[in-house]
Ligand binder design. Sequence first.
Ligand code: ARG
Length: 452
Amino acid sequence: MTLWGGRFMEPPDDTLWRFTTDPADRRLLTEDIAGSIAHIEMLGHVGLLPDEDVTVLVEGLKRILDEANEGRFEFVDTDEDVHTAVERRLGELVGPVAGKLHTGRSRNDQVCLDLRLYLRRACDRRIDQLHDLVAVLVAKAEEVDDAVVAAYTHLQQAQAVPLAHHLLAYAWMLLRDAERFRDAKDRIDVSPLGAGAAAGSSLPLEPRDVADRLKFAKVFDNSLDAVGSRDFVAEFAFACAQAMVTLSRLSEELVLWATEEFGWVRYADRYTTGSSALPQKKNPDIAELARGKAATVIGDLTALLALQKGLPLAYNRDLQEDKRAVFHADDTLTEALAALSGMVATARFDPPPPSPWVTALDLAEALVARGVPFREAHAAVGNLVARLWAEGRTLAEVTAGELEGTHPRFVPEDLDLVDPRGSVEARRTAGGGSRSSVADQVSRLREILGSR
Ligand code: ARG
């Protein structure tokens, strides 16, 4: 069934039908019905529909909602889209009065409404999931409390830090990813109903009334903008893409840390896979796939931006393609968050200590504390490092005499600085890689998670 045909002398060609219909919008079914119920109630409220019609139509729509919620709603191949399917089913249930459903409305404002309702709820769900992973990382940070690892720059060992500090860096990144969904929700939470096909209606519709019924914070200000814009979809997809990029960075490290070379972590059997050829293998496929799928979500965002760039106002059918992209982005993030949360929650960390070289800055800073210019201290320790390297030795093997020979302001007690654990203890900067900073971060994160 189509909602048009009056001016057409022949039925749609099969190729047109296959090319223009897309079952992707079927997942907007419950939103479409909820939007229609609110629309009918508004039509009754403004006197465009008599009470008896409102009662019949709302009851019919509620029956369809039950069918949808119980998985009993049946689409047929001849439904052009989800809006048509609901109107068709309503006709089957209540007869010709179903023809009043589309009063003062177009699929152009309707599809925007459905998508806004869907994405508004999706924001809340992704925020919850992101917070769940933050909670997993916080718990892990507490569990690995004692472990010290190297912080890296250029993937070279740089300074000693608690492993917890490294894990919590991801907690803060994921928290911002959640904030991004909260921000996007503000711009999603705008009702487009009443914009009609393009320019509103001569009927006395009340957009604010229908928006209130659907608990929208705002109502559109310009009908062309309301039906022709999809920046809210692209923004949601950006929130998905950025979150996937965060997960991808975490994943890259989860892969790296599980290598023989790093040896920081073992993953639970139930969150790893085996090799069909190599009996010894235990592969971190979840992390690899999260990293790989981030690429496809970046693709979704790119598609949504490209979709809008050449469009004249207002609605164009191109916009139908927004749903596949944004649903794919949302689904991929949903699954990646669930899988990675399990993988991290069950991971067992036991990293080897970092190399003593990570204490080089501590030695230089000991000189700085005694008034030596940093550049001079840097050069002195650099020379010491070069000499030890040449002799195939490490900082851990340096003697008090060598230290004093390096710079006259060194004292024998400075030998104690050449210990990654001591380096962590000496760290002072708020938010730096010290144990007190980690404790502080854990309590702040717990507070933020607790107030959600
Ligand atoms: N399926 C369309 C979409 O997703 C719904 C709006 C169609 N409007 C129209 N005039 N054909 O964008």
